[in-house]
Write a protein that binds this ligand. Structure first.
Ligand code: ADP
Ligand code: SF4
Length: 692
């Protein structure tokens, strides 16, 4: 039902002048990575194009390395090193502008953050020092000479001219998150120069002033220039503090055409919902707008139109900066405009999207399985392909996989029956949302539950633990098994490929037991050989409830994989501060009564850790019995009217929630599709072979 826009949100649809160009509304997609970059330019361009269709007023690229003397390999971003790069970026800009958005490019010179592993150039930084990267590369940068600062200014101008030829309307100069050279000049932590570019804040601002003046001369008549700085470097007085940021803006009032204010480090700016609320940056940004006549944009994982409207109406921000909310729902502005608030697919703040960049793969989104598949697979976030030749589908299991399959199948026009053994929708999400910090993850279930409730062609059945015999009797044409997975009790994961010795007299719990409400007491050892969030979350839960907790992991890092979701540091800090004992580089080889035997990952030397109970966070076992039972009756399928039986999600192969929503979506897309044989199920780009 389209009721039209609620007048409360009118303020979000007012145009905004940014220098010589005007954005049609206040929805501002700030630069964000996607894991595709220069390797997958058409996939990235199509993804930005979808956002244009979804109503964003401004759409930016991710960071674009503007000169070959500074690059951040192995991370895959964009490049604008020579004219050859222009067509790729022109495609991007064209897609962004297709539906009336302003196209922006973020120019990055990484300085002290660029190890130059690919170009093998000696890194140039504001001051000499070791390269600061996630990977601690053993490389140091040397300081830019004054001649080279002049060169760098020229390189920025060259990049700006190329960006203009590519068709961009806006340039964002990157000086935030500790990553861009503008911040390196501004911060005393990275600027130790004793010439006119170092020392006083005025001197440290000089480079930004010079580059912006150069660029205004070159492209300022037609392009808007924005400066992205962090609101607080968050390393105390030595860094570019919030007080100094305010002083800088006050001193350079109208320097850029727009102030783009990020948070502190990337970890803070993209803080997960486990640790950061919506609009968490408000205190740092409030009042800055009064220092300058130029508009201010800020971020804060905004998904609520009320919060967004409040930010603009109360004068904190002029435009609403969104990265993750625009990934989870590229049609967020359009839905607000059309009065379809309940259709917004809210970001859950899990940071799975960021893992695409961190693992140099290609990004996924837990909420939006079509993210980065717009070109590769032709998937649209709001439109499904037409229904195929069959009519009916039985989806068994209402976890993220089953719910997404149901929603998307119904969208295609199938009659869907969703059978769930329990009494709630959501599967693992319905359980995990009650764990500390994970309540926003429940949006995975909430969004789909509401969408399904609006579909006349979906019937939902609770208390329906189906078996093969029942399914064979029902007469559905397609059966989708999405029955999930169960945490293993026997310790099998990475350290142990076969079960390890456990004394039956010792209380041993799995994450499922804890989520079912069972509780150990006394001193608990959590053995974490899963390495994602669950071990750390359970440590937090049990410590909160008064247990003494020791978490033992064979990894060198607690919750190792959360490095990729930018949470690892915060998780370790929180648990350490709560008094959880953290034991790294050690496994568990045996569970006895009153203790575990723990071995050193390197020397295998063992020691006993006394405890009252053990929580084993190992791997998961697929709940695939039903699928195998059906397979055993394959000869009866035709008589039962069954055309296909598939197993998807955790029941097929357990993984993060994003893998399950993707599996559900893919199943729905591909049902009744043509058999592609051995062909690749997605498009890709390959490097053009040089002639000589
Ligand atoms: P996924 O992440 O793949 O979606 P989940 O574990 O979150 O998997 O969800 C699986 C859901 O399937 C759970 O809600 C569970 O109750 C349900 N389920 C498991 N076995 C059956 C069955 N035989 N019949 C109906 N529902 C089932
Ligand atoms: Fe939000 Fe998670 Fe999607 Fe990223 S992956 S946009 S954090 S829901």
């Amino acid at each position: 039902m389209l009721d039209g826009r609620d007048p409360r949100y009118d303020v979000l649809f007012e145009p905004l002048a940014i220098g010589p160009v005007t954005a049609k509304n206040r929805f501002y997609q700030v630069p964000h990575c996607n894991g595709g970059g220069y390797r997958d330019p058409s996939a990235a361009a199509a993804m930005r194009g979808i956002k244009s269709e979804g109503g964003w007023g401004v759409i930016f690229t991710e960071q674009c390395e503007m000169h070959h003397t500074s690059e951040i390999t192995p991370f895959i971003e964009l490049r604008l090193w020579e004219d050859k790069d222009i067509p790729m970026l022109a495609k991007m800009a064209g897609k962004m502008k297709e539906h009336g958005a302003l196209a922006g490019i973020q120019l990055a010179y990484s300085g002290i953050n660029g190890p130059n592993l690919y170009t093998k150039e000696v890194p140039l930084a504001v001051s000499a020092g070791p390269i600061r990267t996630f990977t601690n590369d053993p490389v140091q940068a040397r300081a830019l000479s004054k001649d080279e600062i002049r060169d760098l200014r020229r390189w920025f101008v060259n990049a700006a001219k190329r960006a203009k030829i590519a068709g961009f309307d806006l340039i964002c100069l990157y000086g935030a998150h500790g990553f861009g050279i503008f911040q390196h000049f501004l911060s005393r932590a990275t600027n130790m120069r004793d010439d006119e570019y170092g020392g006083s804040l005025e001197n440290r601002s000089r480079f930004a002033r010079e580059v912006i003046a150069d660029m205004r001369d070159a492209v300022g008549d037609s392009m808007g220039l924005t400066l992205r700085v962090s609101l607080d470097e968050s390393i105390g007085d030595l860094g570019f503090s919030n007080a100094e940021v305010r002083e800088f803006i006050d001193m350079n009032k109208d320097l850029p055409d727009l102030w783009d204010l990020a948070h502190g480090t990337w970890e803070e700016c993209s803080g997960p919902s486990r640790f950061k609320e919506e609009a968490a940056q408000e205190a740092l940004v409030r009042g800055i707008r009064e220092l300058s006549s130029k508009p201010v944009v800020g971020v804060g994982r905004f998904t609520s139109p009320d919060v967004m409207a409040k930010m603009v109406r109360s004068g904190v921000l002029d435009a609403i900066g969104c990265a993750r909310p625009s990934i989870a729902d590229p049609f967020l502005p359009k839905k607000i405009e059309e009065g379809r608030i309940e259709d917004i697919r809210e970001c859950i703040g899990c940071n799975i999207c960021i893992t695409g960049d961190m693992t140099m793969s290609i990004s996924r989104c837990t909420q939006n399985p079509t993210f980065m598949e717009e070109w590769r697979k032709g998937w649209h976030p709001e439109r499904m392909n037409p229904k195929g030749r069959t009519e009916t589908v039985l989806v068994v299991g209402a976890g993220p996989a089953g719910l997404e399959a149901t929603r998307a199948l119904a969208e295609r026009g199938y009659d869907v029956a969703l059978a769930e053994a329990g009494r709630v929708l959501g599967g693992r999400v319905a359980r995990e949302r009650h764990l500390p910090g994970l309540s926003a993850w429940g949006r995975v279930a909430d969004y789909r539950t509401y969408q399904i409730s609006q579909k006349p062609n979906v019937e939902t059945y609770f208390d329906s633990a189906l078996d093969a015999a029942a399914i064979l009797e029902f007469g559905f044409q397609n059966i989708c098994i999405a029955t999930g997975a169960t945490w293993r009790r026997d310790g099998v994961s990475r350290q142990h490929v076969v079960p390890f010795p456990v004394d039956a007299a010792m209380p041993v719990f799995t994450p499922d037991d804890i989520m079912d409400g069972q509780r150990p007491s006394g001193h608990i050892v959590i053995y974490d050989d899963d390495h994602y969030y669950m071990g750390g979350v359970l440590a937090e839960l049990l410590r909160n409830e008064g247990c003494a907790v020791t978490i033992v992991t064979p990894s060198a890092y607690l919750s190792d994989w959360t490095v990729n979701t930018l949470e690892q540091h915060t998780i370790h800090k929180r648990l350490a501060e709560m008094g959880v004992e953290i034991v790294l580089n050690r496994g568990v080889t045996e569970i006895g009564v009153g203790h575990v035997v723990s071995n050193c990952t390197y020397t295998d030397q063992t020691r006993q850790i006394d405890c009252d109970a053990v929580v084993v966070v190992a791997s998961k076992r697929e709940n695939n019995q039903l699928f195998h039972d059906l397979k055993a009756h394959e000869a009866d399928w035709a008589d039962a009217g069954i055309a296909s039986v598939r197993i998807i999600g955790d029941a097929e192969a357990p993984g993060p929630i994003a893998w399950a929503t993707y599996a559900g979506h893919r199943y729905a897309r591909e049902l009744d599709g043509e058999d592609i044989g051995d062909a690749l199920p997605f498009r890709r780009e390959i490097t053009e072979l040089a002639v000589d």
